[in-house]
Design a protein around this ligand. Sequence first.
Ligand SMILES: [Zn+2]
Length: 124
Amino acid sequence: MAKKLQDPPATTTINCSRCGKMVSSPVPAGTIVRAFIECPECVEKQGEPKPGKQWGDHKVTVNPLKPSLALLVKIGSAVVHADEFMGPTGHPLDKTAFDDLMRNAELQTWLSDLTEKGYLPVRR
Ligand SMILES: [Zn+2]
């Protein structure tokens, strides 16, 4: 009979979405938090979230780590156009399409949010 492995109690913590600081006691690993969490320090720094705060061209509060489907489609399209443009059959229209996507306010907001968090290379 196969030996039953005793897993150590798998836990994780819920962390601040802004600074990553732990904000909860241990919770079961795999706990999914579909929310933007802030630690007291970040709340103090940011102030209370204001309804209708401007994020790009959308008047909603967006967690940059949970982009909307619409934003994901823009990101994916930008990658496809950039890849096509750089490929052997690249066409100036691919560059135009890419530039149009890059001018999108929602995409720009998302890029600067991620850069701020240190997830993206800092531009030269
Ligand atoms: Zn924080």
